[in-house]
Design a protein around this ligand. Sequence first.
Ligand code: DQA
Length: 140
Amino acid sequence: MNIQIINGPNLNLLGVREKSIYGSSDFESYLSELQSHFTNITINYYQSNVEGEIINKLHEIGFTFDGIVLNAGAYTHTSIAIADAIAAINTPVIEVHISNVYKREEFRHHSMLATSCKGVIAGFGMHSYRLGIESLLLNY
Ligand code: DQA
């Protein structure tokens, strides 16, 4: 099984950025934990701060991979273009957030992407990514 994690803007600064909200672990350390938890799955990782690059990645892998776990960061709340890209591809996309966006500022309560995604997971810290992968493994 081939799964892609995509992180959007500012998520390259995990472990440095607003630690009280996003924690003190960088994503690369968490990724090696994830890979050792899911031994039968190939987990690919891509991060970009650029909206068009995220769209290009969705196009590139969205017809062949088994699942995508996407944290689009602030683009979640603004990007019709990423929503259209998710709707255009065949691979199911799970929207994830580290923080519970519904407990935060009102502008974070709305997702432009959620209607195109298979499901949404928010508020479990880095474990949101693990739950995202788990949800792709469910057969229902
Ligand atoms: C985030 C929540 C977004 O509102 C924010 O812009 C981020 C991170 C999260 O993982 O909690 O950059 O997606």
